[in-house]
Design a protein around this ligand. Structure first.
Ligand code: TXA
Ligand code: MG
Length: 300
C-alpha cells in the first residue's frame, strides 16, 4: 500500500516492520536500525547476502555522535557541508549499532537524506533507520514509490509516497584511510563537488580490496535485457541488422539531466521487448563518471 500519511509509516516502523521510503537519491527499504530482527527482515526481503552491510539514516548530525566512536575532522567538515544530502560516510561504529547492520565490520555507513518527508519521519523517531535501495539484489534501483510496490508488494508494510527522486542515483560513499578521505562508491555527489570542499580525494581501489564494499559487486543495477556498451552506435546498428536494438544512451546527453531519469529509462527500455540495449560511455567527469560506473555494472 502506498500512503502519504507519515503517522502510518511511523507506527509501522515502531512495530518493527519494514517500509518503503523516499530519499533524494533512490527509494529505500527501511527498518529500525536498533532492532536486529527488523534489519534481518530487510536482508531477507531484498534477498541480499548477509555479508553486504546497510546504510544507517539519521535526521541530524547530533544523532551521529552516539552511533560512532570517532568522527575525523575532514569527514565532519564534509558532513557539515553536504548533509542533508547524497553523501554517505564510513565511520568507526559504537556498540549502539548491531553487528547485523554492518555485516560484522567495525565501520558503519551513515547519512542524512535530503527528502522533506523522510527527514520529518527520522526526526519523529527515537531510533535511526537502515535503508538499502528498495530493489531485489542486483536489480535496478527504484526512483518512484510505484516501482517499490511492483518489486515488493505486500512484503512491505507500507510505502511512503514522496514523488520521483530528485537525484536518481545512489549516494556517494566516503571513508577514511591513513588520515585521508577516500571515495568508496561513486554517486549523486560528484568528485568535483567533494574536492571543492575536501581537496584532492583518492578513489578506493576495488581490485585490491574485494571484500570491503561488497555492494560494489561488478554485477549490479542490471536489466534483464542484455546491455552492451559500444564505441560507435551507428556501426553497431549496421553490423547487427537482425537484432531489435534499443538505444539507451548515446553518451552525448547532459549527465546532470540524465541522472534523475537514468534508472527509470533503463527499466522502461528493459520492458520494451528489445533483444539488446546499447549505450555509449560519457566523458569521465562530473556525474558522467557515476553514470559510467552504473553502465559498467549494468552491462554484460
Ligand atoms: O543513496 C543511497 O545511498 C541509498 C538510499 C536509500 O539512501 N541507499 C543505498 O543503499 O544505496 P545500498 O544498500 O543499496 O548500498 C549501500 C552500499 C553497499 O555497496 C554496501 O556494501 C555499502 O554501501 N556499505 C554499507 N555499509 C557499509 C560498511 N559498513 N562498510 C562498507 N560498505 C558499506
Ligand atoms: Mg543498492
Amino acid at each position: 500500500m502506498i500512503t502519504r500519511d507519515l503517522s502510518i509509516a511511523r507506527e509501522q516502523l515502531q512495530r518493527g516492520q519494514v517500509i518503503g521510503l523516499p530519499t533524494e537519491t533512490v527509494y529505500g527499504l527501511a527498518g529500525n536500525a536498533f532492532d536486529p530482527q527488523a534489519v534481518q527482515q530487510i536482508y531477507a526481503i531484498k534477498q541480499r547476502p548477509a555479508a553486504n552491510p546497510l546504510i544507517v539514516h539519521v535526521g541530524s548530525i547530533e544523532q551521529v555522535e552516539d552511533l560512532v566512536t570517532e568522527f575525523p575532522e575532514p569527514l565532519r567538515k564534509l558532513a557539515e557541508h553536504f548533509w542533508p544530502g547524497p553523501l554517505t560516510l564510513l565511520l568507526k561504529k559504537s556498540d549502539r549499532i548491531p553487528d547485523v547492520v554492518t555485516a560484522g565490520s567495525d565501520r558503519v555507513a551513515i547519512r542524512i537524506p535530503d527528502h522533506p518527508l523522510t527527514l520529518e519521519l527520522l526526526n519523529q523517531l527515537n531510533f535511526p533507520l537502515v535503508a538499502p535501495s528498495a530493489n531485489p539484489y542486483t536489480r535496478i534501483s527504484p526512483t518512484r514509490a510505484e516501482e517499490v510496490e511492483e518489486y515488493f508488494g505486500d512484503q512491505v508494510a507500507v510505502i511512503l509516497q514522496g514523488g520521483a527522486c530528485q537525484k536518481g542515483l545512489e549516494s556517494t560513499i566516503v571513508g577514511f584511510d591513513n588520515d585521508n578521505p577516500v571515495i568508496y562508491r561513486l554517486g549523486s555527489l560528484s568528485i568535483e563537488a567533494l574536492e571543492a570542499v575536501a581537496g584532492k580525494l583518492h578513489i578506493h581501489d576495488q581490485k585490491n580490496h574485494t571484500t570491503l564494499t561488497p555492494g560494489m559487486a561488478r554485477k549490479h543495477y542490471s536489466p534483464q535485457t542484455p546491455l552492451t556498451l559500444v564505441e560507435n552506435i551507428d556501426a553497431f546498428l549496421k553490423t547487427h541488422p537482425e537484432e531489435r536494438t534499443g538505444i539507451f544512451l548515446t553518451g552525448e546527453e547532459n549527465p546532470e539531466e540524465i541522472a534523475p531519469i537514468f534508472y527509470a529509462r533503463l527499466k522502461h527500455l528493459d520492458r520494451s521487448g528489445y533483444d539488446r540495449l546499447i549505450a555509449r560511455y560519457f566523458p569521465e567527469k562530473g556525474l558522467g563518471r557515476t553514470l559510467n560506473d552504473r553502465l559498467r555494472r549494468a552491462g554484460e
